[in-house]
Ligand binder design. Structure first.
Ligand code: ASP
Ligand code: MG
Length: 602
């Protein structure tokens, strides 16, 4: 007998007919001999309607009362679902979050789950009932109703699956799985059969957004297999779990985060503490920073660029204006109309030419890249919002994402470059079956979890400084490098003043001579300066919950700066923060970070 959590989103319970059909699905599983816990969202667009009602009365409704209001949507659905199940002759019981002890902190509108008590659900299951839990809501220590943020029912479902040690968490939705990109924008997009937690995390918070990204963090932490599937058919969907289909191709999907805003703090002194000050102020306001790029300095000064969600721009701008002066920056620049295009895939760790292919696809369409950041399994480029859709299409096509992975043309694959990092990754995949003990160890179920702090002292860093920021630059640089079969690791491009960009990347130290030759060519074509540091240390912190815990990057920067360690390059993604420091500071940075994050380490 298996225990299955089935989550039905708003569109899957939009009317009573759909509620009945969801109920039939649950009953079918019970007839197969399984126990079922259903988690449901509010019907159709009812959460939106509730928000509109509040807005008709006030521009700034009290956040506690908003949660009180919004939680009612799910309460309607649980009750109707129980009535539906009983009308179909099955025993059922509905619960609000308070009734099953889904405890959260008290940050209204974006509360985090702290604990779940499973007793009452288990008792009901033992009595042969189907349990129906209200998604999206929780209760704080003072019995206030809280909500987990829009789309939060996914997180409720995966959290219940984790707490109950369910065998699988089925997410029934209006799409039949996770696609290589948003099929509404790129109709050729293809359904992915299996995707890893990490790939999904890198894709999730950016509009491939089939699922709430915190739910994937949960799933990964607790090793819950998640099956995303259509509530209107029996077709297999996408399994998010440890065995992805992307093993042998560089890229599993492409994503677009359309409404981003970019802020650049221009010419800050390149000294310890600057990044810490900036990002801790932003984290205090609970604004998630996404792409962070700090480049190598010229004349002791550097630019720090980062993106925030469009809706947080105004507040972030105010903060940065204040902080910039204190930091001694020469100015602040913005672009409110940018979008982020990313490619993600476990396979890119050991293949050359991946970055090149992406930048080429963009430059062939005349699209300028404003900013670049990378993680081990992701490359993101920031473009003007007007170019966003074309950029996504171009990238999707370049990597043949419309085709079955087995039938894609191989790109510059260089087996001799299959570095230790690739093996490392598969080991990590095994670890994803996190032991059940973890459930009891984690007092707060949504705490940040650090998987690994890594120190890599095998790389050299190159920077092209003051390059004219125009289409084709990145493509030209990485063309040459790919032709020489060199694996590029970290790539950071940031915009400075007067549309001059700095582009930095790291390569293995033993490729130093080769890259030096190439760099001279590039520099003479683009009339830019080359800076290099043949001995750098790359420190990275990888984990889950990084993006949703706004303070991680600043904690890392604080730890380093309070020990007078200067960070020369910063680069972030959804699940990884990497910095470049001087080689001599490498080991110290590593041990400092390990002790800083000791409590959060797996
Ligand atoms: N009803 C909530 C929302 O619309 C939660 C959810 O659907 O996941 O955001
Ligand atoms: Mg939803």
């Amino acid at each position: 007998m298996a225990l299955i959590v089935q989550k039905f989103g708003g569109t899957s319970v939009a009317n009573t007919e759909k509620i009945l059909s969801a109920a039939r699905r649950a009953i079918r599983e019970v007839k197969n001999g399984n126990q079922v816990v259903m988690v449901v969202s509010a019907m159709g667009k009812s959460t939106d309607h509730l928000i509109e009602l509040a807005r008709e009365i006030s521009d700034r409704p009290n956040s506690r009362e908003m949660d009180m209001l919004l939680s009612t949507g799910e309460q309607v659905t649980v009750a109707l679902m129980a009535i539906a199940l009983e009308s179909l002759g099955h025993k059922a019981i509905s619960f609000t979050a308070a009734q099953i002890g889904i405890k959260t902190d008290n940050s209204f509108n974006k509360a985090r789950i702290r604990s779940i008590s499973t007793e009452r659900m288990r008792d009901a299951l033992k009595e042969g009932k189907i349990v129906i839990a209200a998604g999206f809501q929780g209760i704080d220590d003072d019995f206030n109703i809280t909500t987990l943020g829009r789309g939060g029912s996914d997180t409720t479902a995966v959290a219940l699956a984790a707490a109950l040690r369910a065998d699988v968490c089925d997410i029934f939705t209006d799409v039949d799985g996770v696609y290589t990109t948003d099929p509404r924008i790129v109709p050729e997009a293809r359904r992915v059969s299996c995707i890893s937690y990490d790939e999904m995390l890198e894709l999730a918070s950016m509009g491939a957004g089939v699922m709430h990204s915190r739910s994937i963090e949960f799933a990964k932490k607790f090793g819950v297999p998640v099956h995303v599937r259509s509530s209107f058919s029996d077709n297999p969907g996408t399994v998010i779990g440890p065995d992805p289909e992307s093993r042998d191709v560089p890229v599993c999907g492409a994503a677009l985060a359309k409404n981003e805003a970019r802020i650049t703090v221009v010419e800050v002194p390149d000294e310890p503490g600057v990044a810490m000050n900036l990002f801790s102020r932003i984290a205090e306001a609970k604004i998630p920073t996404d792409m962070i790029a700090q480049n190598a300095s010229t004349k002791g000064r550097t630019d720090i660029s980062f993106t925030v969600p469009g809706e947080d721009f105004v507040v972030a701008q105010d903060i940065v204006k204040k902080v910039a002066g204190e930091l001694g920056a020469s100015g602040v620049e913005y672009n409110e109309n940018v979008s982020k295009v990313s490619i993600v895939g476990l396979g890119m760790v050991h293949q050359t030419g991946v970055a090149r292919k992406m930048f080429h696809a963009l430059s062939e369409h005349g699209i300028n890249i404003e900013m670049i950041t990378t993680s081990d399994i992701k490359i993101s480029a920031l473009v003007e919002r007007n170019d966003a859709i074309q950029a996504l299409r171009a990238v999707h096509e370049a990597f043949e994402l419309d085709r079955d992975p087995a039938s894609r043309t191989n790109i510059y694959n260089s087996p001799n470059q299959k570095s230790a990092k690739a093996e490392d990754n598969s080991e990590e995949e095994d670890k994803e079956q996190v032991s059940a003990e973890l459930v009891s160890r984690l007092a707060g179920m949504e705490e940040i979890l650090i998987e690994k702090v890594d120190l890599d002292q095998s790389q050299a860093r190159f920077t092209f400084a003051n390059v004219p920021d125009e289409p084709g630059l990145a493509a030209a640089v990485f063309d040459k490098i790919a032709q020489a079969n060199i694996v590029v690791d970290m790539i950071v491009q940031s915009v400075g003043r007067n549309n001059l960009a700095n582009i930095s990347f790291t390569v293995p130290r033993d490729e130093l001579d080769a890259v030096n030759k190439l760099a001279k060519d590039v520099a003479s074509t683009w009339k830019c300066d080359i800076l290099q540091n043949p001995m750098v240390a790359k420190l990275s912190v990888r984990g889950t919950g990084l993006r949703s815990h706004t303070g991680l990057a600043s904690r890392m920067f604080r730890t380093l700066s309070s020990n007078s360690i200067n960070v020369s390059i910063i680069c972030t993604s959804e699940r990884c923060v990497s910095v470049i420091v001087n080689d001599e500071a490498g080991e110290k940075s590593f041990s400092l970070s390990v002790s800083e994050f000791a409590e959060e380490m797996l």
